[in-house]
Ligand binder design. Structure first.
Ligand SMILES: Nc1ncnc2c1ncn2[C@@H]1O[C@H](COP(=O)(O)OP(=O)(O)OP(=O)(O)O)[C@@H](O)[C@H]1O
Length: 365
């Protein structure tokens, strides 16, 4: 379906991709992951020449889109591209958004285009919105429309460039569900995403980009559970790791909770666990601030969370500079320490240590 040969791309002195080659077979679902700025979007956008490669050849379903004199528009029609920012035509209703390209570019009759559009809207459960203007739709609905609009052109390949990253977390699920449905239907897909749980579930092959190219690739199990190369290992390890320093009593609790929520979402830790984790972190921080840190002392606290794939356990570690304090030394059900009672109830294991002026509490959930 796709063959990329020796693709290179720089922006001025910034070399983003060097000599990248890739072959994608029909029905494969390639998920592209990697750190920020490693070139995931540039690679994806190069496939339909939204970025012009400096060197290399790209073949889409047998046609070379990079060939001199190639009919780029015709080759592009084999691919649907879904962007972070939807890119709907805001001045047209949903139905017109879906029918415009098939009528104009493929010469489909209006009746046929509308019939097909309605089928697709049914598929993304938005048939009732066909005469709605995009402006009044939610982000999740806009993205489902954007996907349906691509499908109206009957592409052979769908490219997704971080389709959920502009969405409110409550809307990510509906878009991922739509993509899952496409995957089930056998669509060839290339997906750039930071949603690792989704990548693992839907991808048939994961590409990890680093050092200006495909640094490592393999099945989801190979990449997420047994990465071979050092940078892949470090990237995967970091995904399973959350860390935040706290240096004042009135720290931003919302920010911490948001960070934990994101961590949980990215790694597919269920909501129940995520809420427990937030609760434990909050209770433990306040307990340590009141028990170990003197009123006028500097606050030096760190929250570390790691996720173990092996036994699906989560370790919450809190280090806190100050005097020795073991929050679990208080009697059970002490009303002044309700937070401790909560922690005891939800923890699988608890351990406390004090060394060199630092308390270390570890809670296994
Ligand atoms: N049009 C452009 N002009 C100059 N530099 C660009 C341009 N587009 C991308 N870059 C740079 O190329 C590099 C790769 O960008 P790209 O958008 O592919 O990253 P990414 O891996 O998708 O990152 P993220 O996960 O943060 O979206 C970045 O350093 C980016 O700043």
């Amino acid at each position: 379906m796709i063959r990329v040969e020796h693709l290179s791309k720089s922006f001025g002195s910034l070399e983003v991709l060097r000599d990248v080659s890739l072959t994608v077979e029909e029905g494969e679902r390639i998920v592209i992951i990697g750190g920020s700025g490693c070139g995931k979007s540039v690679f994806l956008r190069s496939l339909d020449l939204l970025e012009t490669p400096d060197a290399g050849h790209i073949f889409i379903n047998g046609d070379e889109i990079t060939a001199k004199g190639a009919n780029v528009n015709r080759i592009r029609q084999k691919m649907g591209m879904v962007y972070q920012g939807f890119h709907l035509f805001e001045h047209m209703d949903v139905l017109d958004n879906l029918t415009l390209a098939p009528i104009r570019l493929r010469g489909v009759s209006r009746d046929d285009a509308e019939q097909k559009a309605v089928e697709l809207l049914k598929m993304v459960s938005l048939e009732s919105r066909k005469h709605t203007m995009p402006g009044v739709l939610s982000g999740g609905q806009k993205q489902r429309i954007a996907i349906a609009r691509c499908l109206a052109m009957e592409p052979k390949i769908m490219l997704f460039d971080e389709p959920t990253s502009a969405l409110d977390p409550t809307m990510v699920g509906e878009v991922l569900a739509t993509m899952r449905m496409l995957a089930k239907r056998g669509m060839t897909m290339l997906i750039v995403t930071h949603e690792m749980a989704f990548a693992r579930e839907v991808g048939t092959r994961i590409l990890y980009l680093d050092e200006r190219g495909i640094y490592e690739q393999g099945t989801p199990e190979e990449i997420f559970d047994h990465p071979q190369r050092p940078k892949t290992k470090a990237f995967i390890q970091k995904l399973k790791y959350f860390s935040q320093k706290i240096d004042q009593r009135d720290f931003d609790l919302m920010q911490l909770q948001g960070g934990i929520q994101r961590f949980a979402e990215k790694y597919g830790i269920g909501d129940k666990f995520a809420h427990r984790l937030q609760l434990c972190a909050e209770e433990l921080i306040y307990e340590m601030l009141s028990g170990a840190v003197a009123e006028d002392a500097a606050v030096k606290l760190e929250v570390n969370i790691s996720y173990s794939e092996a036994d699906k356990s989560i370790l919450l570690e809190l280090t806190c500079a100050g005097s020795e304090y073991d929050p679990f030394s208080v009697p059970e059900d002490d009303e002044a320490h309700l937070g401790v009672t909560i922690l005891r109830n939800v923890a699988r294991e608890i351990s406390c240590a004090y060394r060199d002026g630092i308390n270390q509490i570890i809670i296994k959930l």
